[in-house]
Design a binder for this molecule. Structure first.
Ligand code: 13P
Length: 287
């Protein structure tokens, strides 16, 4: 059964570890992530961007697929199905479709409008037991057409949004979606500490998990980050493993072209990447 992210976030915050949000793109992605979470007895959050939502034939299709897999694969660890960087309309659709968690990314609105819309979505989501993540200070880089400015969040604005009753807060601290450029200055731990000071107990989210050095991840967790989002890294290892399979001519040997064989190395690569991240984030055995 899907659960909201609220409980797992509180446990992670109190236990000083982080739960991974791994974005899904198709059946193989979802299966690899769920099986790894179960094997490692780790809670997990499946992230769905609006673009990936469209690609997978809409939110109700995804809810059906994930619930089906949880039953058929015997998944017993806590799993949240979470809208990633949702628009106001997208968040409403996911609430209706049966997602257990939503992110409303109102960071591009003026703060007053972000507050109004967040407040409305919190009331609607909470009436159905669904958790809400909000964002202050856009995350840099581009994800599925959503382009952020990479700014650091204003702690006062974080406090205003946190006070609306959201369950998890994404605050920009210099993080960027996608691969970090060579001249990236690293995370702003001063911003993170100031945000933490302003919002107190609120579990914080670190977007753009791909490519952040391990020591910065560990430090961010020690400063209150309870959720870390990873997307691009799974895409890169999937592509790499699939390329190797084809370049080695394995699709031309016997029935190597069978999609169940062709996509297997990529699926295994995702499992290994998710395992590596869960171990780094400290969520293993925390189900
Ligand atoms: P990456 O693609 O950089 O891992 O970021 C994922 C993310 O933050 C999803 O919201």
């Amino acid at each position: 059964m899907l659960v909201s992210a609220t409980e797992m976030m509180k446990k992670a915050r109190d236990g000083h570890y982080a739960v991974g949000q791994f974005n899904i793109n198709n059946l193989e992605w979802t299966k690899s992530i769920l099986l790894t979470a179960q094997e490692l007895q780790s809670p997990v959050i499946l992230g769905v961007s609006e673009g990936a939502g469209k690609y997978m034939c809409g939110y109700t299709t995804i809810v059906g697929m994930v619930n089906g897999m949880i039953n058929e694969l015997g998944i017993t660890v806590p799993v949240a199905l979470h809208l990633d960087h949702g628009s106001y309309e997208g968040a409403k659709k996911c609430i209706a479709a049966g997602f257990s968690s939503i992110m409303f990314d109102g960071s591009h609105y003026p703060i007053e409008e972000n507050i109004e819309k967040t407040k409305e979505l919190v009331a609607l989501a909470h009436s159905k037991g669904i958790s809400v993540e909000a964002e202050v200070g856009a995350i840099g880089g581009e994800e599925d057409g959503v382009i952020g400015r990479g700014e650091c969040a204003d702690p006062k604005e974080c406090k205003m949004i946190a006070d609306l009753g959201v369950d998890i807060l994404a605050a920009g601290i210099g993080n960027i979606h996608g691969v970090y450029p060579a001249n990236w200055e690293g995370l702003s731990f001063e911003t993170l500490a100031a945000v933490k000071e302003a919002v107190g107990d609120m579990p914080l989210v670190l977007h753009g998990g791909t490519g952040i050095p391990d020591d910065q991840i560990t430090k961010a967790i020690s400063l209150g980050v309870a959720k870390i989002n990873v997307n691009t890294e799974c895409q890169l290892v999937f592509a790499e493993a699939t390329r190797k399979y084809i370049e080695a001519g394995k699709d031309k040997q016997g029935k190597g072209f069978d999609p169940r064989k062709l996509l297997a190395p990529g699926a295994e690569a995702i499992k290994a990447k998710v395992k590596e991240k869960m171990e780094l984030f400290g969520s293993v055995g925390k189900a």
